[in-house]
Design a protein around this ligand. Structure first.
Ligand SMILES: [Zn+2]
Length: 457
């Protein structure tokens, strides 16, 4: 019998309610809208005010017991359904036995009926689980709801604006400087060296990349880009220049740096590759293959340290060799397991000596007493300085060690690498292949055209 009923599921945990005062309504509205648009008959199940890590969710249980009725279980995001890999897998197998799939309307690659979708499901579950226990939970869903109301969510200042009553408002002085800079850039026909000299003289920021970010910032024509997405919000940030001025600068940028500003370039490892010499992040570029001396349409990607080529002579780096994307990928596919074991050993050596929190407290008390002695004129300034430096060095070394220890938990990555990821890897879309690398790897260091070390998540 063909089933044509679906179940919608929403959840808000006690932690989310307490921290964000977030109600269940935003989820309900989104799900109802989705079902109406797709002409689906639905039942709504709601769990409210239960701890995020708890399995005791009465509405969910009720829904699972009636799984035979439903074609699909629909929720907004995977973390609403479950944040625990094992529970989620148990639930999915119950659902599969009842011929029922799951769908996350805000994550369109979640579809448990295919091998690819199942892999992504597992991957995302491992990521969601990693989030539990972090002190600040990222709940983009709430943020998006706030953003559509025009409220500033991150509190981060944008140059050209102030944040007043949670809204971006034009800062006239800064906005004028930005407009003048755009006009200057146009008047020098996009000469990047001249532009950079102007930029460091007129703005508080000094890096070349911050200049190009400013020149490409669509906020200045009233469009706010959503993080990690190719979506823009209107009416969130006020415009400070005309489309005409902005677009003429974009045209010049493309003409001057055709390789940098291609809009649709997809780089598998962008953000992950670092210079082993100067520790800065590599930039990604593309080139076109030649055949019989003629340039073809097919492109190759490579990465390089930006510093040898910076117009500012203060930044220089000897690591000039580039590395091809396919070489990085091949290296990772062949060596990720050994690299991971190497990394595990290196971090376990580092954290062998456990930090004694008592020792930190003692040092802090000593520092305070030392200051009292000095303030009461019982020791000389020189003695104070010498002892202070000594104690303070010990203290900061301990604190550094402490923070390094709390960071290291490789169990999720270990699980991921122990999964059969390499079987499905080749059949994944490039987007999902990238997601896989991002979920396991934090940094890949390169020197002289080859991988030197890898830092895992
Ligand atoms: Zn470098």
């Amino acid at each position: 019998m063909e089933k044509n009923l679906v179940a919608c599921y929403c959840r808000v945990s006690t932690e989310e309610q307490a921290k964000f005062g977030f109600s269940i309504d935003a989820q309900k509205t989104a799900l109802t809208k989705y079902c109406k648009e797709n002409h689906l008959k639905f039942d709504m199940y709601v769990d409210e005010g239960i701890s995020a890590s708890s399995m005791r969710r009465p509405a969910l249980q009720k829904m699972l017991n009636k799984a035979y009725l439903y074609k699909t279980i629909i929720f907004t995001k995977l973390d609403r359904f479950s944040r625990n890999v094992k529970d989620a897998n148990d639930m999915v197998s119950i659902l599969a036995r009842n011929n029922c799939s799951i769908k996350a309307i805000d994550e369109d690659d979640i579809d448990t009926t295919t091998a690819d979708g199942m892999f992504i499901f597992n991957l995302k579950m491992s990521l969601a689980q990693r989030e539990i226990g972090k002190t600040s939970e990222r709940i983009n869903f709430v943020f998006e709801d706030k953003r559509t109301k025009g409220e500033v969510t991150s509190g981060k200042k944008k140059y050209g604006y102030d944040i007043i009553n949670k809204k971006y408002t034009i800062n006239q002085n800064e906005a004028d400087s930005v407009v003048k800079f755009f006009e200057f850039f146009k008047s020098i026909n996009g000469n990047c060296n001249k532009a950079y000299n102007y930029y460091i003289d007129h703005f508080p920021f000094k890096s070349y990349s911050s200049m190009t970010r400013m020149l490409r910032n669509k906020s200045y024509i009233g469009l706010h880009k959503l993080k990690y997405q190719d979506k823009y919000l209107e009416n969130y940030v006020p415009r400070i220049m005309t489309d005409e001025l902005f677009n003429s600068v974009q045209d010049l940028l493309i003409k001057k740096q055709p390789r940098e500003s291609r809009i649709n370039a997809f780089y598998m490892f962008s953000g992950l590759i670092y210079c082993d010499e100067c520790k800065n992040r590599f930039v990604a570029r593309y080139g076109l293959y030649k055949k019989d001396g003629i340039i073809t349409d097919s492109e190759y990607h490579y990465y390089l340290c930006p510093h040898p080529y910076k117009p500012n002579p203060k930044f220089t780096c000897n690591n000039k060799k580039t590395i091809r994307e396919e070489n990085i990928e091949e290296y990772l596919l062949n060596n990720i397991r050994t690299e991971f074991d190497k990394y595990k050993v290196s971090v376990s050596v580092k954290s062998e000596r456990k930090v004694d929190t008592n020792e930190i407290a003692i040092l802090e008390r000593k520092l305070k007493r030392l200051k009292d002695l000095y303030l009461d004129d019982l020791i000389t300034k020189e003695d104070y300085k010498k002892d202070y430096e000594n104690l303070n060095n010990k203290l900061s070394a301990l604190k550094e060690q402490e923070s390094a220890e709390t960071k290291i938990d490789l169990s999720t990555t270990e699980k991921l690498l122990n999964s059969s990821w390499n079987i499905v890897y080749k059949s994944l879309s490039p987007d999902n292949q990238r997601r896989f690398w991002l979920s396991a790897i934090d940094k890949v260091y390169i020197n002289n055209g080859s991988v030197t070390s890898i830092v895992f998540k």
